[in-house]
Ligand binder design. Structure first.
Ligand code: GLN
Length: 552
């Protein structure tokens, strides 16, 4: 029987609900259970694919090609369970499904209402694949009391009523602020948040209380009394220095025991936390520091490149070093010498990105890394910029560019161009035996080359050595592609196309062999990196950075 944990948040947003859900998933796994995590987002976008990273942070892509919330990245990093399209839903998607059914006449003339039609659709989403795992953890985005969230809260209330007793529990995350002027921890916001939850028919079984320090016993007792939650189910969640301490810290404060007890599970299996203790030990006992410059566009918001940040940290764990990542706005050195900004770093990474703004700065960064023999990692847009740089400065194609730049240029005609479109808009490709077709003026949502695609690596190449394999699969999210017609020319100038799509048409990895570490990848390896299984490219990139740190 699958048991359900519904995770809701109160008081304020950004308390780390996704992280808490992910850490709870890891703790249940440590007790030998199988888990799956799902995210229900109240916003009206059909998915976050079309949202700006400034708005919503990174778009996390699954193997099966869904563009999802970044919390699914936390889920995968903590549990190692690959998320699927069916693990992420938004109000927008729910409503579009309901409206499509209405248009098809599937409701047989009924009046369509939030209850039951929208709530039924949500319940169907939650129950999909029931029986596959021991625990399904469902996180509701936003905070209790948000207007958009109401149908979701109503749906989980109904869902729990329709299941066997003790098959569903509610875990509510709150904040217990410390008010300096009176030197006191305040429980009132938690009390109000629980009251709000009760008003819509949900009684929390476990309260996870975020605070700076662990809550004293008497504060937990007070919350227990006023919120009608057993005191051993009022769990303290003090701040930790790195997110990967969450599983061990939550365990020490009794989160998994409280959840197991709420389900009435007996006997209680013992957890094996060795994996998480090893991760924490590696972080705490780092033997050095490497400095990595990340040259990008969305640098004001850390969450815009969440998986990259985490994958770099994983690479650090693999090499027992701390990675200090500095985000640098590519625009600040467009068409000028980037040396003052990039000198002193042990490695440079140009991540994924969109649009012409900042692109010349990224090209300059690639050139700097190539010239100065600094380890360079170009990811997706970063690889495209590195190839344009090489085409311009090694192969002599002074006008090398990406079609993406022309498409954005209001003065351009967006038609045929005389410049060398080393990177072009991909209009047709094969996926899972089907031909995919796109038009530059077509719909924007869900139309990129998305999800897992296979690639073949050149035997003996650096990429093949790093992966210890020649057949790989990685996740993609892009519209543009390096044009294979430039392969021979660029190879003559030292850019090796060491990874290609199985049909040989789409370049997947480029590398320079007479350089300490220069690799560009068309995919997003950061999406598959985990603390206990660092991605080989990130582990080797940080190894090269560590080597570089010994030279400078
Ligand atoms: N803008 C580029 C493209 O669409 C790169 C996308 C990315 O970096 N994810 O191909």
């Amino acid at each position: 029987m699958t048991r359900y944990v519904f995770i809701t948040g109160g008081v304020v947003s950004s308390l780390g609900k996704g992280l808490s859900a992910a850490a709870l998933g890891a703790l249940l796994q440590a007790r030998g259970y199988t888990v799956r995590l799902r995210k229900l987002d109240p916003y009206l976008n059909v998915d976050p694919g079309t949202m700006s990273p400034f708005e919503h942070g990174e778009v996390y892509v699954t193997d099966d090609g869904a563009e999802t919330d970044l919390d699914l990245g936390h889920y995968e990093r903590f549990t190692g369970v690959a998320a699927r399209q069916t693990d992420s839903i938004s109000s927008g998607k729910i409503y579009s499904r309901v409206l499509e059914k209405e248009r098809r006449g599937e409701y047989l003339g009924e009046t369509i209402q939030v209850i039951p039609h929208v709530t039924n659709e949500i319940k169907e989403f939650i129950a999909y694949g029931t029986g596959e795992v021991d625990f399904m953890l469902c996180e509701i985005g936003g905070t209790v009391g948000d207007i958009e969230g109401l149908p979701f809260f109503e749906a989980i209330r109904q869902f729990s009523q329709e299941r066997a007793p003790r098959q569903c529990i509610f875990l509510h995350l709150t904040l217990v602020p410390f008010i300096e002027s009176c030197n006191e921890l305040k429980t009132k916001p938690t009390q109000h948040s629980v009251k709000e939850l009760r008003a819509i028919g949900i009684s929390p079984d476990v309260l996870l209380c975020r605070s700076q320090e662990a809550l004293p016993e008497k504060v937990r007792e007070k919350i227990s009394l006023f919120c009608n939650v057993r005191s051993d189910a009022v769990v303290s969640a003090p701040d930790f220095s790195t997110v990967y301490e969450a599983p061990v810290s939550y365990h020490l404060h009794g989160l998994d025991s409280a959840v197991i007890a709420a389900f009435g599970i007996d006997p209680v299996p013992k957890p094996d936390l060795s994996r998480w203790k090893d991760v924490s030990e590696r972080i705490r006992n780092a033997e050095g520091t490497v400095r990595v410059a990340i040259v990008g566009k969305y640098t004001q918001l850390g969450d815009a490149y969440k998986s990259i940040e985490e994958a770099l940290a994983h690479g650090g764990m693999a090499n027992r070093v701390k990675v200090l990542a500095k985000w640098i706005q590519a625009e600040i050195f467009e068409n000028e010498d980037p040396s003052p900004h990039l000198e002193g770093f042990h490695a440079i990474l140009v991540p994924g990105g969109f649009g012409v703004r900042g692109s010349e700065g990224k090209i300059c960064a690639a050139r700097f890394a190539r010239h100065k023999q600094v380890p360079f990692f170009g990811i997706c847009f970063g690889m495209q910029m590195a190839v344009i740089e090489a085409a311009r400065n090694l192969a002599g194609l002074k006008d090398a560019c990406s079609e993406e730049f022309e498409f954005e240029n209001p003065d351009g005609d967006n038609g045929e161009s005389n410049s060398n479109r080393v990177v072009y808009h991909l209009k047709q490709w094969e996926h899972c035996g089907k031909t995919q077709k796109r038009r530059p003026d077509g719909e924007k949502g869900g139309t990129m080359r998305l999800g897992a695609y296979a690639a073949n690596l050149l035997p003996g190449s650096r990429a093949a050595q790093i992966y210890c394999a020649t057949d790989i699969s990685e996740r993609h999210r892009h519209r543009y592609e390096v044009d294979v017609k430039y392969k021979n020319l660029l190879e003559k100038h030292g850019i090796s196309f060491s990874g290609m799509s199985p049909d040989g048409k789409l370049p997947e990895i480029v590398e320079i062999s007479n350089h300490p570490w220069f690799i560009g990848v068309q995919f997003h390896p950061e999406l598959k990196s985990k603390p206990f299984e660092p991605h080989p490219l990130f582990a080797d990139f940080i190894r090269a950075a560590k080597e570089q740190s010994r030279l400078v």
